[in-house]
Design a protein around this ligand. Structure first.
Ligand code: ZN
Length: 407
């Protein structure tokens, strides 16, 4: 183990052992001007907030952001202390990777919120697409007069800028042959096709030249309803799959037509017997929990969208508003910050669920950065109280996650 690694790990242990930081109050009480700026930047026109004097739940972190010129650096904040250690070791760039927020209730105008945080994990050094770095995880609680109102698990990657990033690997593509060409042509056409014997009518999968029932070589196909039941599954964590983020759930699905098919399962914690329906993504059939498909939403991401949402979330890191600074740090342009992405995810779900819906939590993972000129396309599937949400750009999946909502 290198000396640098030892120093970082020792600092991580020391900071974790220090436990929960003292409550750090927000600069301002929850207030309507800040809420209006946020709603305008996110484009959220849910009338509920103004009518009832409530703050959008996805804003919770905004209230305790430090702002452009922090007047009194809070040395006790575990993320800041750990970041200083990693800066010192040369891991000076930062990107948020995932965030899970739970809302016990909505904040009201006039309330003053305070945050407490503790360090829960430091993992590294890891090789990532951005370079070598360390994942730092913190757990925070927001309180009003000692009452916990929201909680968050937050993870960032602190990485060394300028490290040679491995070329982005292409996702594994299906191997097609004469027997399976009809299947992949179906995927391209948005159809799940099952091979059928032209003589006896037996269905079979995977495709092959001959019928195992009668031996005839006259394959045809039918279009499946696209619904089925999870027969079994595995959750793949390691080794990494080219062009994919782990973990990946691969399920054996019993189709209602009677054949069994292997496929990726997204948007749910799997359980044997779950009802699933097929969708198509990245040129592959992808299974989702059976439920309601939300209307797709295309967000045209302009520099104004990125900068106004960064400022409305009080995130003044230069990579979200200064193109030259973003390029210096190895990015091709400014990019959307995680607080804004959380806001857009909230807007997408509440636009669909209606103003009466109550958000209980948002859990997201970030992937490909979202730059000016991108179209960020949101899709979602609702099952029970959970909505699985994904936001994709032309370069890949920017965000995926789950929103818990009750009406
Ligand atoms: Zn047959």
């Amino acid at each position: 183990m290198s000396e640098v690694t030892e120093t970082i790990e020792a600092a991580g242990r020391r900071i974790a052992e220090a436990g929960l930081s003292a409550a750090r109050p927000a600069r301002d009480p929850v207030n309507r001007p800040a809420i209006r700026d946020w709603l305008a930047a996110i484009g959220d026109d849910n009338p509920r907030y103004e009518r009832e004097g409530l703050a959008p739940p996805a804003m919770v972190q905004v209230w305790t952001m430090r702002g452009l010129r922090p007047s009194a650096p809070d040395d006790a904040d575990p993320l800041r202390v750990m970041s200083d250690v990693l800066d010192e070791a040369g891991f000076t760039s930062v990107v948020a990777t995932d965030c899970a927020q739970t809302y016990h209730r909505y904040l009201r105008e006039g309330e003053t919120v305070a945050v407490r945080s503790r360090l829960t994990g430091v993992a590294g050094p890891k090789r990532t697409a951005l370079g070598e770095g360390w994942f730092v995880t913190t757990a925070s609680t927001w309180e009003v007069d000692g009452e916990p109102v929201a909680e968050m698990r937050f993870r960032v990657l602190k990485y060394r800028p300028g490290a040679t990033a491995p070329a982005r690997a292409d996702p594994i593509r299906p191997v097609t042959g004469p027997d399976s060409a009809f299947f992949w042509a179906g995927v391209d056409a948005g159809e799940l096709r099952i091979q059928r014997c032209g003589k006896c009518g037996a269905l079979r999968h995977p495709p092959g030249p001959g019928c195992p029932a009668c031996g005839a070589f006259t394959p045809e196909y039918v279009v499946a309803a696209g619904t089925g039941t999870v027969h079994s599954y595995v959750v793949h964590h390691h080794p990494p799959l080219p062009g994919r983020r782990s973990p990946v759930t691969v399920a054996l699905v019993d189709l209602d037509e009677g054949v069994r098919m292997v496929g990726e399962l997204r948007g749910t914690r799997p359980a044997i017997g779950d009802r699933v329906q097929v969708t198509f993504a990245d040129g592959l059939p992808v299974w989702r929990p059976a439920g309601i498909e939300l209307p797709r939403w295309d967000l045209a991401v302009t520099p104004t969208v990125i900068i106004s949402s960064a400022l409305a979330t009080r995130d003044f890191q230069d990579v979200h508003h200064d193109r030259d600074a973003a390029v210096r740090r190895g990015s091709r342009d400014i990019f959307l910050n995680i607080l804004a992405t959380t806001g857009f995810v909230q807007r997408y779900v509440t636009d669909w669920a209606g103003p009466a819906a109550v958000l209980r939590g948002i859990e997201i993972r970030l992937g490909a950065p979202c730059h000016p000129g991108d179209t960020l396309t949101f899709t979602g599937y609702a099952h029970g109280d959970e909505v699985a949400v994904a936001g994709r750009t032309a370069t890949g999946e920017h965000v995926s996650g789950t929103v818990r909502v009750t009406s």
